[in-house]
Design a protein around this ligand. Structure first.
Ligand code: NAD
Length: 246
């Protein structure tokens, strides 16, 4: 059965890989982007199958979020699956930034990663008329202390908690909620970390590499499937056995 899937931040990286993976299994995908319509439109044109659409919004803008989700639902004929993937990683080291930079870093990160995802979720649930699934993309940064990531880690820990609470609230509606928490993934977001700490980050896994976005996408697709309903409420650590050695 073809499902209607809304993926935030899907023009590149993990979201893009997820859009391809859902389309390959026959689903109709709303590819959300913030400000890169050209990239999103090219992806939609290249996706297998039909019925895919492009929708845009800055997730820090609640009104734009509601309009974007409603447009996606109208174009797809409802929403069965939501992937809260969009996020920003804006490092701000407490010992190196001004008070103003500190506040700005926290505010923007919370507005996009946490409140943005919460607002998308609220709006999408209004269109989930016959059950469905929500997959949140969190991060290992929710569990591990990394320098310069206090705001990022806090928003991802918040996403984990949001997923657990919503799993309880939405279960009676036949909606399951799973949160995946990858470590470093080979996307634009990790470019700078890989440039400065590549061997160290790869060496944290016994496979001596970091994840490819397609590997995270495959997990997202499975956890969004009806077969994964019993995983509802979990936070799944996708880290290639990293961090297990002392
Ligand atoms: P990415 O930077 O390629 O993708 C992030 C996406 O979020 C982009 O499409 C971007 O446009 C969108 N986005 C950012 N701010 C937005 C806003 N204000 N409004 C709307 N959209 C916005 O990086 P990615 O690695 O593909 O990241 C996807 C998710 O995976 C993020 O939530 C990220 O925190 C998480 N994650 C990434 C890594 C990693 O190492 N790459 C590790 C763990 C978790």
């Amino acid at each position: 059965m073809s499902r209607a899937v809304l993926i935030t931040g899907a023009s590149r990286g993990i979201g893009r890989a997820a859009a391809i993976a859902f389309a390959e299994r026959g689903d109709r995908v709303a590819v959300h982007h913030r400000d890169n319509a050209t990239l999103a439109e090219k992806l939609v044109a290249d996706l297998p199958g039909s019925g895919h659409v492009v929708v845009g919004a800055d997730l820090a803008d609640p009104d734009a979020v509601r309009t974007m989700v409603d447009e996606a639902a109208q174009a797809l004929g409802g929403i069965d699956v939501l992937v809260n993937n969009a996020g920003i990683f804006a490092p701000h080291r407490i010992t190196e930034v001004s008070y103003e930079q500190w506040q700005a870093g926290w505010r923007r990160t919370v507005d996009v990663n946490l409140i943005g995802a919460a607002n998308v979720t609220y709006c999408a649930v209004q269109h989930m008329k016959s059950g469905g699934a929500i997959v949140n993309v969190s991060s290992r940064g929710a569990f591990r202390g990394e320098p310069g990531q206090p705001g990022y880690g806090a928003t991802k820990a918040g996403l984990n908690a949001m997923g657990q609470s919503l799993a309880v609230s939405l279960g009676p509606l036949g909606i399951h909620v799973v949160t995946v928490a990858p470590g470093f993934v080979d996307t634009d977001m990790a470019t700078e970390s890989l440039r400065t700490r590549g061997p160290e980050l790869r060496g944290q896994s016994p496979f001596n590499r970091i994840a490819q976005p397609e590997e995270i996408a495959a997990a997202i697709v499975w956890f969004a499937s009806p077969e994964a309903q019993w995983a509802s409420g979990t936070v799944v650590d996708l880290n290639g056995a990293s961090y297990l050695r002392t």
